[in-house]
Design a protein around this ligand. Structure first.
Ligand SMILES: [Cu+2]
Length: 400
């Protein structure tokens, strides 16, 4: 596979840019919350992608003009070497006739180059065998029909068509090139701009044989028609690329937004649990200072342990009504049979007990009299979390 970079300095520049782009992402990840790093990463990726798209659009609109290569003439003065580039038009009778006419000329060598028609996906994955096989079949068909009339050789190539042509300038050294395409680029057909691109790069006569549709006569567009077509095709391709880039940006934005939302929710949950854990510890301390708890209440947490009135089974605390005396600690021995924590959370009573899985003791302490509602603050069974006697209940503190 060819490197996408044209030179070492270009590779180096790309690496430098990549490192520069990574700095803000790393900084955001270290200094800020995770979602900020995600947003910064997305912005950096968008900026890089926009730059790539901009460069490609520019290249599509104004293909860079290279210095033309003028290959030396190979062989005797009377010798003529003709390169024919075609694939999807190889069934055209007039193209084969033209090749026959050329091949039967004296001292004329014809090389038929058939570039495999690869989709971008095939080019990327290297799955070139099918396209190469098709190219070989077309080549051998054409050579067997033309070859008897003179010197015709054939070649298939999996490289980009322009690169394949360039390669034959090093090996075959043609004096003349014929490129045959359709006008409209059919599904996977040879790019009609190929003739113009070859003409731009090589100082040899390039003929473009165009077949509007199968069986039609060959047309040879003049310079102006060719240039106009190239411009229009370039504009259309630039448009298509722009639209694809927009769609890609939309998908990326949606992805980033959902990742940020997920990260934020996860961070908030963590913060809630952490603050509840801290709170349940701070409640335990004054309770311990008040001496041994007088009373022990045994209860369990059972996932899907109790049938609701609508017939479904729901998570439950086996005791959901607690009676305490204000200012006096009570010990809860909770056997949480679930594999996730549940809680007895009441902001009114300032009770924040997290029942971890397994059997542990906790101190229930309410400092003022009143009847307070509590609920489980962990996302467990939404129905149970909303119903008294399941993941919700009351703490009644009577005055001492
Ligand atoms: Cu719960």
């Amino acid at each position: 596979m060819r490197s996408p970079f044209q030179s070492e300095s270009e590779t180096l520049r790309f690496l430098l840019r990549l490192i520069l782009a990574l700095i803000p992402i790393v900084l955001a990840a270290v200094l800020g919350p995770t979602w900020l790093a995600v947003v910064v990463a997305a912005i950096v990726v968008c900026a890089l992608a926009a730059r790539v798209v901009q460069l490609r659009i520019r290249r599509l609109r104004n293909p860079d003009l290279l210095v033309k290569m003028a290959p030396p003439h190979l062989g005797g003065a009377a010798e003529r070497r003709v390169l024919v580039v075609a694939n999807d038009t190889l069934s055209e009778r007039s193209l084969l006739g033209e090749m026959q006419r050329l091949a039967s000329g004296p001292n004329t060598h014809v090389l038929l180059l058939v570039p495999a028609l690869l989709s971008p996906a095939e080019r990327l994955t290297g799955a070139v065998e099918d396209a190469l096989g098709q190219a070989r079949v077309r080549l051998s068909g054409a050579v067997s029909r033309v070859g008897t009339h003179g010197d015709v050789k054939g070649e298939v190539s999996a490289a980009d068509p322009l690169v394949a042509v360039q390669d034959t300038f090093a090996t075959f050294v043609p004096d003349e090139v014929i490129v045959s395409t359709r006008w409209e680029r059919a599904e996977g057909g040879l790019d009609p701009r190929l003739a113009g691109l070859v003409r731009e790069r090589f100082a040899v006569p390039v003929r473009h044989l165009v077949f509007e549709e199968p069986g039609s006569a060959a047309q040879e567009p003049d310079h102006e028609a060719e240039a106009r077509y190239q411009r229009e095709f370039g504009d259309a391709a630039a448009w298509r690329l722009g639209l694809k880039a927009l769609a890609g940006a939309g998908i990326l934005a949606a992805l980033v937004l959902s990742v940020v939302a997920l990260v934020k929710v996860a961070e908030r949950n963590q913060a809630t649990v952490a603050s509840q854990r801290a709170a349940s510890k701070s409640v335990a301390t004054p309770a311990a200072a008040l001496g041994p708890a007088a009373k022990v209440i045994d209860l369990s947490v059972i996932p899907e342990g109790k049938r609701g009135p609508e017939g479904e089974m729901h998570d439950e605390f086996t005791v959901s009504e607690f009676h305490v005396t204000a200012g006096r600690p009570v010990t809860l021995r909770i056997d949480n049979t679930d594999d996730q924590p549940h809680s007895i959370t009441s902001t009114g009573a300032k009770v924040y007990i997290i029942a971890e899985p397994g059997t542990h003791t906790y101190t229930l302490f309410v400092d003022k009299p009143g009847r307070f509602e509590w609920h489980c603050a962990f996302l467990c069974d939404p129905w149970a979390m909303a119903h008294i006697g399941y993941m919700r209940g009351y703490i009644t503190a009577t005055p001492s």
